[in-house]
Design a protein around this ligand. Sequence first.
Ligand SMILES: Cc1ncc(COP(=O)(O)O)c(C=O)c1O
Length: 484
Amino acid sequence: MDGRSPRPLPVSAQIGTDLKAQIAQGVYPPGAALPSTRALAVELGVSRTTVTAAYDQLIAEGYLETRPGARARVAAGLRAGQAPAAAAPMPPHHLSAFGRRLLAEPAPAAAPGPAIDFRYGDLSGDDFPVLAWRRALSAVLLRRPARLGYGDPRGLPELRAALQAYLWRARGLSCSLDQIVVVNGSQQGIDLCARLLVDPGDRVVMEDPGYGAARRVFAAAGAAIQPVPVDAEGLQTGRLAGIGPARLAYVTPSHQFPLGGVLSAARRQALLAWAEACGATVVEDDYDGEYRFDARPVEALLSLDRAGRVVYVGTVSKTLSPQLRLGYLVVPPALSDAFTEAKRLADRQAPGLEQAALAGLLAGGGYERHLRQARRRNAGRRAALLAALADSFGGQVRVEGAAAGLHLVAWFDRVPAAAEIEMAAAARAAGVGIYPVGPLYHDAQARPDRAGLLLGFAGSEPDTIRAGIRRLAAALTTGASAGS
Ligand SMILES: Cc1ncc(COP(=O)(O)O)c(C=O)c1O
């Protein structure tokens, strides 16, 4: 491949392909006359020469016959099935056990968001540091290496060094360069964890409610998912003893997704002790640890790990853009080779240009300058959302998990959980995208019977956020009075 998109077929070839398909479908049976070249040219809005070229090609291939002065006809000897088989049913493909498990899990909805969208995970395009990124990227391009080849599957050495320094400054982590593997976003990091650490049937502990994209990875790997409830202090580690040993636990200790609890110090110790006792790996997803609005960022769980049980997962999806697909793992030294080789097999390495640009941004201080700005802007959005919820809903709404990150959960304590779907539909009809928390619960029976909405605020400006919540309130009031 040369990287360009495939060239479209010439128009005469497209006409030829369409005619063959119609012959195969019996629209023109053997012996039937085709439209004259003049008539078809007028109908299709193309030149007669183009249609004649298409007919000539089909004559050459034996699909059509001509006699002087008469219209072209479908070759009399053409049997059904001789024509290109548009209709012949293909034997079904064998889908692997992985593929079957994958499709058995509900896929996220792909509907485009309405005008005002509280979809969690999106960032505002205005926040991307266009100039700094362009400078960093240009600097990389101007270096013009003598050869273009594949690099270290763990990532560019300069990026890993810059990440090592950043993780120490920003997250209190000290690790060796060999422990860092640059990946295509957290998602690939979690996927590599599943490939390397989980066999079908292995028990995997997951927070409930929790991050669906991680749950799908482990479920598709054939894990027996063991949901463990969370509260304001994160995963209820007291429950671990009752469930017995597991292969892996996936947690979001700095800011539990979606409810926002911070895993308490006692629970951190308990989780690490449990992992050590049963030989489990703890996957720490630190997806938005950079955003804490009330205090300094919380320390990473990895910094307490003396026994080498934690795989730390970081990403730039909340700090720069989810479109970059750049993330990083800090893996225990004993797993470094396995992750390196798994990454090599998955895709050889993360994209080099972007890695080098990120390294430049980190090393030159531009990343943290941008982060300070992004924090300020997101603090403004968060304040706008909290104030708008209070103005429009007052005591009807209780907010959870707003101290950190780029989303919060709004609970409607007096509305049953079953109403979430209708609320989302009413909001969508009014041009507002809101997202029920229901799908984030693994154990639907264990979820509280009250409606909850996951509201991301990083994708819209404060004015839009305020307008969205006003519209939402109006839509829900109208829906409620129409239903009463
Ligand atoms: C819990 C959690 N982890 C990770 C991510 C980011 O994933 P990625 O780095 O693959 O974009 C998100 C994004 O929404 C998230 O909510």
